[in-house]
Design a protein around this ligand. Sequence first.
Ligand code: AMP
Length: 401
Amino acid sequence: MTATRVLVLNSGSSSVKYQLLDMRDSTRLAVGLVERIGEQGSRLKHTPLTDGGGTRERSVAIADHAAALKAVAEELARDGLGLDSPELAAIGHRVVHGGQSFTEPTVIDDAVLAEIERLIPVAPLHNPANLMGIRTARALRPDLPQVAVFDTAFHTTMPESAARYAIDVATADAYRVRRYGFHGTSHAYVSRATAALLGKAPEEVNVIVLHLGNGASASAVRAGRCVDTSMGLTPLEGLVMGTRSGDIDPAVIFHLMRVGGMSTDEIDTLLNKKSGLIGLCGDNDMREISRRIDEGDERAELAFGIYIHRLKKYIGAYCAVLGRVDAIAFTAGVGENAARVRQAALAGLEPLGPAVDADLNAVRSDEARLISPAGARVAVAVVPTDEELEIATQTYALVDR
Ligand code: AMP
């Protein structure tokens, strides 16, 4: 029997998201989520997609990632999709930070694990959780290939001029301070899907990808290779996000320490959790902000204005970086759903080439689609991202069959 299934695991500090896919036709067999691992009220939500069995939700004590994966394995086994099946070809893991070491998906061995561990200082929140997921999965199926797919890998093609901060080189190198970028799996998938939408190969087009979710980032992709992206050493840099400030004068931090008496941890929390849309108007959900704007709420309008202003600046900058732009693609929760954001972000940019057809922009759909009028110099696309499918595809490509 040929093994054609891939399990994709996205392990966070207190959650594990998973999908089981059949790579013969890229169909999903099951999806699910374990939440509040090691906390009160942990629970598992599992949806088999094979025979329309419906979602099963259980509240169970789940002490750690090992218990979480065991519970997932039990649920999958109930649907005849157990992890001991010979049809399972590999497990693909989302790993947030691959630093400069990992430029592509990598089959995991002890040396790879050690290198992911060595990168913990630049990704203290994410890499430890990813490692727990990998170790647990390896213990469960030591015989199975496990592949790490890195959020940073797609951005390792950035030239030094984009990847380096203008600070003392020796200091930067000693502490590995440089711009790594994140959401790379999504930027890779969406830039390729946009080329396909234009009927072209990725090597033939230059694309600006706007990944606008609760976290948000932009990238400039020339001929299929990333040449710039808005996130940096951490996912804090760049666009205004749900709860993160994005770009800020670093001296704001010194000011808050010296004049405001704030600690490093307080400022970290301020900029990562209490800033962006939520800091500006108290809401980080674009649906709610949109509703408030319609009711004439000035704070919501200001927050939206700041969000759009930053987005426009990045679009303009990446037009300059790329020189020739063939398409601008919107993706993730906000990018795929908020017609108002797409319209506002490109309003007034017609001299640079992009144009939005109001009727096409208003259509709601799960399909990748163009929303620019025929003949626009720069096509505008909405492309639903699919990071799990991309991780599964990259994982499956590395498996001997
Ligand atoms: P993500 O991080 O990609 O899951 O995106 C989550 C964000 O997408 C939410 O916080 C919302 O702001 C936004 N979102 C989801 N659905 C809609 C919608 N129908 N209209 C506007 N924004 C939406």
